[in-house]
Design a protein around this ligand. Structure first.
Ligand code: F6P
Length: 320
């Protein structure tokens, strides 16, 4: 292995920069050259990449976003796009590829390696934390803390006005952010895609609390809950119980900001481990951290298995 390329793909996640820095520095320290690909698989298809040196990745690990930029690439979903991407790598004699991203990015990486034999290592980077094979994904800790700090502020105004608030966090298919934010922020209930939501039961709980003098109430909704988004749930709550609420959608603010220490350290470990995995011939695979130890899993395992929410947290939010 002489040359590698690195890219970030899909929704950006705070910590991607720290991971890119680690991948580039690990490559250089092992005598490999590292290319940075602009805009994920889109850039790979267009052969849009440049050689990076150590100073190109200086002073970036504390910043959110990704210096390489990211994209959701429709062109990479078809075989022609992947063939063009493989040709870009071959033209420059690049032997290995490191992909920072989530589930969709790993499916693309898997196809690229199956069809063209490209050695790809995936690094789990998504605020959703919904990747099996790594206890945490890069960006999740920062996103949860950003959302929690917003929820604390909502709590102040909810208390001042004796109001019911419904706070929507990201998570199209997963409730990791919602559940941790609900627990960390003392929310009265959480709506997540993994468990059936009980609107009538939540209304009863809020009514009981109001009767006991607890006049401010917060419900956390994952955007992908089966009952709908926060606005839909607010409407259903009002229709079924007459309870009026205010809705706050946190949205993309959760994807930005300076990564927490945990995310910087996780990204540095995984970005470094990805280069080792390429050198040691573990590719194609995803590198993860499980119980503090670096692990390697074939790509399909990361989407065929479903990462479970903490059952104790689920029980606590139900009963507390
Ligand atoms: O990256 C994951 C994520 O932030 C999800 O939580 C969210 O549903 C989605 O991306 C939003 O994607 P986009 O920025 O493309 O609208």
């Amino acid at each position: 292995m002489k040359k590698i390329a690195v890219l970030s793909s899909g929704g950006d996640a705070p910590g991607m920069n720290a991971g890119i820095r680690a991948t580039v520095r690990a490559s250089l320290s092992r005598g490999l050259s590292a290319y940075g690909v602009h805009r994920g698989y889109e850039g790979l298809i267009d052969n849009n990449m440049r050689l990076l040196d150590s100073r190109d990745v200086s002073n970036i690990l504390q910043h959110g976003g990704t210096i390489l930029h990211s994209a959701r690439s429709d062109r990479f979903l078809v075989p022609e796009g992947r063939a063009a991407a493989a040709a870009s790598l071959a033209k420059r004699g690049i032997d290995g590829l490191v992909v920072f991203g989530g589930d969709g990015s790993f499916r693309g990486a898997h196809d690229l390696s199956l069809e063209h034999g490209v050695q790809v290592v995936g690094v789990p980077a998504t605020i959703d934390n919904d990747i099996w094979g790594s206890d945490f994904t890069i960006g999740y800790d920062t996103a949860v803390n950003t959302a929690l700090s917003a929820l604390d502020k909502v709590r102040d105004t909810a208390a001042a006005h004796d109001r019911l608030f419904i706070v929507e966090v990201m998570g199209r298919h997963a409730g990791f952010i919602a559940l941790e934010v609900a627990i960390g922020g003392g929310a009265e209930a959480v709506f997540i895609p993994e468990t059936p939501s009980d609107i009538a039961g939540v209304c009863d709980k809020v009514r009981e609390r109001i009767a006991r003098g607890r006049t401010s109430n917060i419900l956390v909704v994952a955007e992908g809950d089966e009952e709908g988004n926060a606005y839909t749930i607010a409407k259903k709550i009002e229709e079924s119980s007459g309870l009026k609420s205010r809705v706050t959608v946190l949205g993309h603010v959760q994807r930005g900001g300076s990564p927490t220490t945990s995310d910087r350290v996780l990204a540095t470990k995984l970005g470094w481990a990805a280069v080792d995995a390429l050198i040691e011939g573990c590719a194609p695979c995803m590198v993860g951290v499980e119980n503090g130890i670096i692990s390697h899993h074939p790509f399909p395992d990361t989407w065929l298995n479903r990462k479970q929410l903490d059952p104790l947290l689920l029980e606590i939010i139900q009963e507390m």
